[in-house]
Structure formats: C-alpha cells, structure tokens
Design a protein around this ligand. Structure first.
Ligand SMILES: Cc1ncc(C[n+]2csc(CCOP(=O)(O)OP(=O)(O)O)c2C)c(N)n1
Length: 368
C-alpha cells in the first residue's frame, strides 16, 4: 500500500463514522484540555495546595469517545474519580474541576465537602457519587429504571475501573439492568490495575466484557488508545438503548500513565518496561498522530489548541485559587438532616420564590 493509499484509508475513518473534521478537532481539544488540567492538579498538590489528587492520564481518549454520542442535555452521566475528560465533555468547566480539588465553597460537586475526584453537577446531570468503588453502578441503574418507567428517553452512562467490577454492587446492577432491559451503558475503564493489584488477580477469565453474557446483554471491548473505536462502540450502545433494546457493557482497555493517586508510587509495583510501553499507547499522542496523518491537525491548529488549553487552565487555576473556602460551620451540612420544620427538605415542595434545596447551588432555584 502506498503512503497515499494508507492516508486515504485512514482518512475515511472518522468521516465514515459520520464525524466531521471539526468534530475530531473538538475531541482532541477535550483530550488535551483534560490532560493539561490533570497536570495542573498534580502541580497544585505537590505545591501543598491540594490534599490529594486522583486523576485520569491515559483514560481521556476512551472517555471522550464514550461521551461524544451522548445527548448532553438529556442524558445522565455517573462518573468515577478518573472521569475528568468525561465531565468536561458533559459541560463542567476547568474551573469547576479545580474548585473541587481545592475544596472551595462554590465547588459544584459538593461545596468542598467531598474528597477530590468526586465529581457531580446537578445542572449537567452528573450524579454525585460515593467513595466505595462500584456503588455508582446501582445508582445509575436506578436512574435508568426511573427513566424507563417515566418514558423520558434519558440514557445513563456510568463508569468504573476494573477493580470495581469485583464488587457485589457491580453484579447486582448488571443483573437488574439486564432483567429490565434498562437504558444504561456500563463502561469499565480497564487500566489493568486496582491501585497495585493487577487485573488477573481481580478478574478471572481475562475479560470483563465476557461477563455481559451472564446478564443478557452485549459486551464489547475497545482499545482505549483508539479514540474513534471508543466512539464507535459507544454510539452503537446509545443506539441500542434508544431503540429500547437495553443495556450494553463496554470494556475500554486503557493504560494508566501515572500512579494510582498522589499517595502511591507505581514504580514500586509496576515493571519499568511496562510503564514505558504504556506511554506508547497514550491517546493524546495516538489521536494527534492520526489527525496529523489525515491532514486535519496542522501545526497551526495544534498550536492554537495548545494555547487555548494553556490559557483556560491558567484562568481556571486563578479563579479556583481566588474562590473562598467554605465556612467551617457548614462542614456537616447534608450529613445530618435539617430541623423538622424545614418544609423544603421534608416535602420537596418549594414555596414560591424560595430556593429549592441548598443556597450553595443557586441553579436549583425553581421559578414558580
Ligand atoms: C469498596 C472499596 N474498596 C476499596 C477502596 C479503596 N480504593 C479506592 S480506588 C481503588 C482502586 C480501584 O481500582 P479500579 O476499580 O481498577 O480503578 P482504577 O483506580 O484502576 O481506575 C481502591 C481499592 C474503595 N474506595 N472502595
């Protein structure tokens, strides 16, 4: 095959999937933005400004591919701590991500109450999740069950790591969704480690996707360094769900490019050559190479994206650092029930002109 033929064959890929050149440039922008934000989070943590960081280097490509076919206004997303790129695609801003990291009062995820990495946003239909891994799966299935009963047409996507699939919650969620043919897409971002525990000690049989058969749904595997393939399998899953054919389990095989979190050193439990090999599957690089090869990403466009990303991350850092810390006396808010005479909390009915729920989240205001 000549260079020209190769180029034509590659060229056809995103267009045959129905993606425009602008679509794939936007996808690359989100991958680059998530990576730059991720790196800034580590800098802030190492500078002593954040207590902890857990992030998603290496996972960005599959997340952008998975989220791209979603109806961002209508559908739900239930994240896990590596879902930075996914939350950005769903609508969260870099500032909102960093407000959570720095535990600031205007943090939309929790007003600074959650650990870093626990993203949630009512306006963007991103569900706030708990720390025990896997618990987000039954939550997602609950949303999908409600959507089916109410016939809203909403689809829910939920993400977890490979280690999270060992939890009972994970299996119960798949079972219920399979039995009731719910509009939910189960994503497993398999980076082959649960902190330091390797995949083969977590999952017997070598495949997460193969487990789907036991729950009566299709299971598919996609290479997380191939963003377009990640998009293709997600789009099929959305189409199935929209046709009322129920859930799909997607296993994205990705590489974790850093340590599990700021609290461990992967060099202590991963061989050096494995860490080096992982870098060769970095979606930021593989997708950039694809876009350059097909002539969509010119040097000039790449520079423009890099400058935009740098500016947005700098502005987000300044905004998050300037934001106020929460009032100490607000620490237990939402942990304990409010007084018995709080009508909004107990009845869910908002008196005309009142704030629904929390003064922290003004977009919950209901105009009546
Ligand atoms: C039920 C439960 N057990 C243990 C932990 C501690 N923990 C936090 S993240 C993590 C690793 C999870 O690995 P995996 O699901 O593979 O996702 P990854 O971090 O590799 O993306 C563990 C064990 C937890 N949060 N919840």
């Amino acid at each position: 095959m000549s260079v020209r033929d190769t180029r034509a064959a590659v060229d056809a890929r995103h267009r045959t999937l129905g993606l425009s050149d602008q679509d794939v440039l936007d996808m690359y922008y989100y991958i680059a933005l998530a990576r730059a934000l991720d790196e800034r989070m580590w800098v802030l943590q190492r500078a002593g400004k954040a207590m902890f960081v857990i992030s998603g280097p290496g996972h960005e490509g599959c997340q952008v591919g998975a989220m791209w076919p979603m109806d961002k206004q209508r559908d739900w997303f239930v994240p896990f701590y590596r879902s930075i790129a996914a939350c950005l695609v769903k609508g969260m801003s870099p500032t909102e991500i960093l407000l959570g990291l720095l535990a600031r009062a205007p943090d939309p995820s929790s007003g600074g109450r959650q650990m870093p990495g626990h993203y949630g946003h009512p306006r963007y239909k991103i569900l706030s999740t708990s720390s025990p891994v896997g618990t987000q799966y039954p939550h997602a299935v609950g949303i999908a069950y409600a959507a089916k009963l109410r016939r809203t047409g909403e689809i829910t996507m939920v993400a977890v790591g490979d280690g999270g699939t060992s939890e009972g919650d994970w299996h119960e969620a798949l079972n219920w969704a399979g039995v009731h043919r719910l509009p939910v897409i189960f994503v497993v971002e398999n980076n082959f480690y649960a902190i330091s525990v390797p995949f083969h000690k977590q999952v017997a049989g070598g495949s997460v996707a193969a487990r789907a058969a036991g729950y009566g749904m299709p299971g598919v595997v996609a290479d997380g360094s191939d963003v377009l393939e990640c998009y293709r399998v997600a789009r099929e899953a959305y189409e199935r769900a929209r046709r009322g054919e129920g859930p799909t389990l997607i296993e994205y095989r990705v590489q974790r490019l850093g340590s599990h979190s700021s609290d461990d050193q992967q060099e202590r439990y991963r061989p050096k050559d494995e860490i080096e090999a992982a870098r060769r599957q970095d979606p930021l690089v593989t997708f950039r190479e694809y876009l350059e090869q097909v002539g969509v990403l010119t040097d000039e466009r790449l520079r423009a994206i890099q400058e935009r990303v740098r500016r947005e991350v700098d502005e987000a850092t300044d905004a998050a650092e300037r934001a106020p810390l929460p009032e100490p006396e607000s620490a237990a808010r939402y942990v304990y029930a409010p007084p018995q005479d709080d009508p909004v909390f107990w009845t869910g009915v908002t008196p005309p002109g009142a704030w629904r729920g929390s003064p922290d989240f003004p977009w919950l205001r209901r105009e009546e």
